[in-house]
Design a protein around this ligand. Structure first.
Ligand SMILES: [Zn+2]
Length: 64
């Protein structure tokens, strides 16, 4: 056995979208969906029914 096993635990990354309500400021994290981009106004706030704006899109490393 000459192979070093450095490859244990494959890393995957998952992309998340952070939405922020324009009225009450509530932030929601959800899985990224195609068509999402920063500053896009789309969703509805679950708290005040205001408009949600995408504040941030980021990837997180997930170890499996
Ligand atoms: Zn709100």
């Amino acid at each position: 056995m000459s192979l070093m096993s450095n490859l244990k635990g494959r890393q995957k990354s998952k992309v998340y979208t952070i939405e922020e309500c324009l009225s009450c400021g509530q932030k929601t994290k959800r899985a990224f969906q195609s068509g999402d981009f920063v500053y896009k106004v789309g969703g509805e706030c679950t708290k005040c029914k205001g408009k949600m704006k995408i504040a941030m899109i980021y990837g997180e490393k997930v170890e499996e």
